[in-house]
Design a protein around this ligand. Structure first.
Ligand SMILES: NC(=O)c1ccc[n+]([C@@H]2O[C@H](COP(=O)([O-])OP(=O)(O)OC[C@H]3O[C@@H](n4cnc5c(N)ncnc54)[C@H](OP(=O)(O)O)[C@@H]3O)[C@@H](O)[C@H]2O)c1
Length: 333
């Protein structure tokens, strides 16, 4: 029997799609997908309706009164909105307070980081801080780095069908551990976290396993039989790229390719050089540790995922955005 009504923004996206699956599989939630009015007729939303999911219009550019009305009957509000759209959650958080939302899960679903090192993270933090200023009950959930973004290309091109980021460089000496989670497992964790009283007004870090880039390269070489060139790259190179792209963005602030370059290189520094995507650093920032909260979650082991990739059985992500990611990142050093 449904016990909580969950409103989910971004159900047609990658993260939101996984969350939707996790909530459905859990079976104890009533789910309402909240979509912007202009997207209601898109095939992805029509497919949700065909599956029996209630899809409701939510216009974050509309009046507060209209947003509050769209949140009617919702207990738990989850936002899995696109990385570039974080600030549209400002009116959402304000309306959630008026609507009496019992738990707001603003969009995090990324890697733990301090403030001031990453554009997208800083925008997320603006929303977290607004939520706290509103005294709105919340849970912030970070999930580590997706399996789907974690591995390099093979020289043969055999796994290009599923490469998310064309990682051409290895940050530092390749020995920094990083927390990986299969995108398909994100929703399983979210379903557990949002009905857990221990996580109310807390920040939680969930992840599957810790891997280094050298171990990932070793495993992919073993599974594929191919030798992968390792272009070890020092911090200064990534810092220079961030500085260069910031200068370019001054002339073209909305250029999506430049934006991807900036956030990617900022991730390389945080995840691959400073080692911030680890349980230790998350604990330092005050997170609850998902491994301690939910030791029984059955997740996809990284080796199994990479075997799927090499076997040609893996499913790609961001069908529409992949050409842009390749344009932004497949540039040698
Ligand atoms: N941990 C990782 O490795 C990792 C990797 C990638 C992303 N992420 C994080 O995951 C979060 C979600 O990103 P994603 O890449 O999964 O999303 P996505 O696939 O780009 O999907 C975005 C969703 O948000 C909706 N949306 C976009 N703009 C909206 C607006 N203005 N109003 C209402 N809905 C809007 C889209 O719906 P329509 O466009 O159909 O309306 C879509 O359902 C981001 O915050 C990002 O930082 C994490």
């Amino acid at each position: 029997m449904a016990t909580h009504c969950v409103g989910l923004i971004g159900a047609t996206g990658e993260t939101g799609g996984s969350i939707l699956q996790g909530l459905i599989q859990d079976g104890s939630f009533e789910i309402i997908a909240l979509a912007r009015p202009e997207s209601l007729s898109k095939p992805a939303n029509v497919a949700l309706k065909d599956k029996g999911i209630q899809v409701r219009a939510l216009d974050l550019e509309g009046s507060e009164q209209a947003i509050v009305a769209a949140l009617k009957d919702i207990d738990i509000l989850i936002s899995a909105i696109a990385g570039s759209q974080q600030l549209v959650q400002i009116p959402l958080a304000k309306a959630a307070k008026v609507a009496g939302i019992k738990r707001f899960v603003p969009c995090a679903f990324a890697t733990p980081m301090p403030v001031g090192v990453h554009q997208s993270r800083d925008q997320k933090e603006e929303i977290f801080n607004l939520t706290k200023r509103l005294h709105l009950p919340y849970t912030i959930i970070d999930v580590g780095w997706w399996h789907q973004f974690s591995f390099p290309r093979l020289p043969s091109g055999k796994i290009d069908y599923v490469v998310g980021f064309p990682n051409e460089t290895v940050p530092g000496d390749g020995n920094i551990p990083t927390a990986l989670t299969d995108l398909r497992d994100v929703g399983k964790y979210v379903a557990r976290v949002i009905k857990d009283d221990r996580t109310l007004n807390k920040t939680v870090f969930v992840y599957n396993e810790l891997w280094t880039q050298n171990r990932i390269h070793d495993l992919l070489e073993k599974l594929s039989g191919e030798k992968i060139p390792r272009k070890y790259t020092p911090a200064e190179k990534y810092e220079q790229k961030v500085d260069d792209v910031i200068a370019e963005l001054e002339a073209n602030p909305k250029d999506p390719v430049l934006r991807v370059k900036k956030v990617y290189n900022q991730y390389c520094l945080s995840v691959g050089i400073r080692g911030e995507n680890t349980p230790e650093y998350a604990q330092y920032l005050g997170y609850l540790d998902g491994k301690q909260l939910y030791p029984d979650v059955k997740f996809t082991p990284y080796e199994d995922y990479l075997q799927e990739v090499v076997d040609g059985r893996a499913v790609g992500i961001y069908d529409e955005m992949r050409p842009l990611l390749f344009e932004a990142l497949a540039e040698g050093d």
